[in-house]
Write a protein that binds this ligand. Structure first.
Ligand SMILES: [Mn+2]
Length: 433
């Protein structure tokens, strides 16, 4: 007997990958954990018979000769597979897109890659072998792909995920069905939780990125908390978010991130959970840790991570090209043209007096004004930035204040400058002119 299974609290990527395994491995039966996410449960209640799927209690473990594990690499996340974990003769294939190291499932063969969704890895193989997909297969795979990549918007999304989506659309994936399961209507108690969360969001700025925290005590079971957190994240507008839901004896932490350098899956793996950079979760016993301790631990982890990150001092330009306040505009213009720069600092005795940018030259209407000193045209209220800040802080300052140059100041002394070009070069890996 050959079976394929995935993690408990199965999401659509897990389900789609199990179904893909039943297509890829001849004779393979899919085993879906008893506990699935609410939208997966709804999907299965109407579509289950269309696929070759059974429940964990229906598996005759001693007859299993081969196991295909998808979308996780940890035994503890599988449902009722403990008996198989002890079997030494069992052949295991593993397909996963989570953290490359860390899992305790020893596979004979594995395909582990950092990519938006596990199902993308299967689609690669399905395409390679020229296998046919039904419209229904394509639809469930597209839902898995869209759910795990936030409709191809999460930073973990790769070009191959988008190509996989194109392949599924070519194979008649139904976007109406996908839309229905990706955006389930909110239930009354989900709305209640959402309102409760909106009343008290705690925001922290860690290395220039805003991280939201929330703690909610649940006194009844609320389905699909992950969807509530997704909705909440759109409302609170933070770079990353962690919500701790506490019930009688346990805390569930759900994390979401929209930025590259906060990997929530990695952070939550410290708590025994997991996920990928954009989305993750963990469950812990309240006896082990209070909600506040869990929050503090997340903050500590975030701070430790950010200390390895790129700083302004790594991307700034120096030495800085500057003039004195008395320099005639004509000289400033010549300087900008010869150095091919768009802004010049105006300094006197090493202190910043102002900045003159290419745009200011357009203010000159009369020929005689080219002889006037730069101090008559320069901008005086200068925003500065510290060398230890992150590029995203600089980007935010530039966008919010519509400035293209930020002097980098340390101990009241200017040590460099960051420009829009520096920021773009950093974000897009472009080489400067
Ligand atoms: Mn996944």
């Amino acid at each position: 007997m050959l079976i394929a299974t995935t993690h408990k609290n199965t999401d659509f990527d897990g389900l789609a990958s199990v179904i893909a395994a039943t297509i890829l491995y001849p004779g393979c039966i899919g085993v879906v954990p008893k506990m699935t996410n609410k939208n997966v449960e709804q999907f299965l209640s109407t579509h289950k018979t269309a696929f070759n799927l059974i429940l964990p209690h229906e598996v005759r473990h001693d007859e299993v000769t081969k196991l295909v594990v998808v979308d996780t690499d940890q035994w503890q996340r599988l449902d009722r597979m403990d008996k198989l974990a002890k079997r030494e003769d069992l052949e295991i294939d593993l397909w996963d897109h989570h953290a490359i190291a860390g899992g305790d499932i020893q596979a004979r063969w594995s395909c582990k890659e950092r990519i938006g969704a596990t199902v993308t890895l299967f689609i690669r193989e399905i395409q390679k072998r020229g296998l046919k997909l039904s419209a229904l297969d394509s639809t469930v795979m597209l839902i898995g792909l869209y759910e795990d990549t936030g409709h191809l918007t999460f930073p973990s999304t790769k070009a191959e995920d988008a190509r996989a989506a194109a392949f599924l659309l070519e194979n008649h994936a139904d976007l109406n069905v996908a839309g229905f399961f990706l955006n389930p209507p909110y239930e009354e108690n989900q709305k209640e939780i959402l309102f409760q969360m909106m009343k008290k969001t705690e925001k922290h700025t860690i290395s220039g990125q805003t991280v939201g925290f929330n703690h909610v005590t649940l006194n009844k079971k609320v389905p699909n908390l992950a969807a509530v957190v997704n909705m909440y994240r759109k409302i609170v507008n933070v770079d990353a978010l962690f919500v701790i839901f506490s019930s009688d004896d346990r805390h569930s932490i759900i994390g979401r991130s929209g930025v590259d350098n906060i990997d929530v899956g990695q952070i939550l793996s410290v708590f025994g959970g997991g996920g990928h950079s954009g989305a993750g979760s963990a469950t812990l016993k309240s006896a082990e840790m209070s909600a506040e301790e869990a929050r503090n631990k997340i903050i500590t982890l975030l701070k430790a991570k950010s200390s390895e990150a790129v700083r302004i001092s790594d991307i700034m330009s120096f030495p800085v090209i500057s003039v004195t306040p008395e320099t005639p505009m004509r000289e400033v213009q010549t300087l900008m043209a010869s150095k091919k720069i768009r802004g010049v600092m105006v300094l006197e005795d090493e202190t910043i007096q102002g900045i003159i940018v290419l745009w200011d030259l357009k203010k000159i209407k009369k020929e005689t004004q080219w002889d006037s000193p730069v101090k008559a045209f320069m901008a005086r209220n200068i925003l500065t930035i510290g060398p230890g800040e992150s590029p995203s802080v600089a980007a935010r300052l530039m966008i919010e204040n519509d400035v293209g140059h930020l002097p980098v100041v340390q101990d009241n002394k200017m040590i460099g400058i960051v420009t829009r070009t520096d920021i773009l070069t950093y974000y897009y890996d472009l080489l400067p002119d």
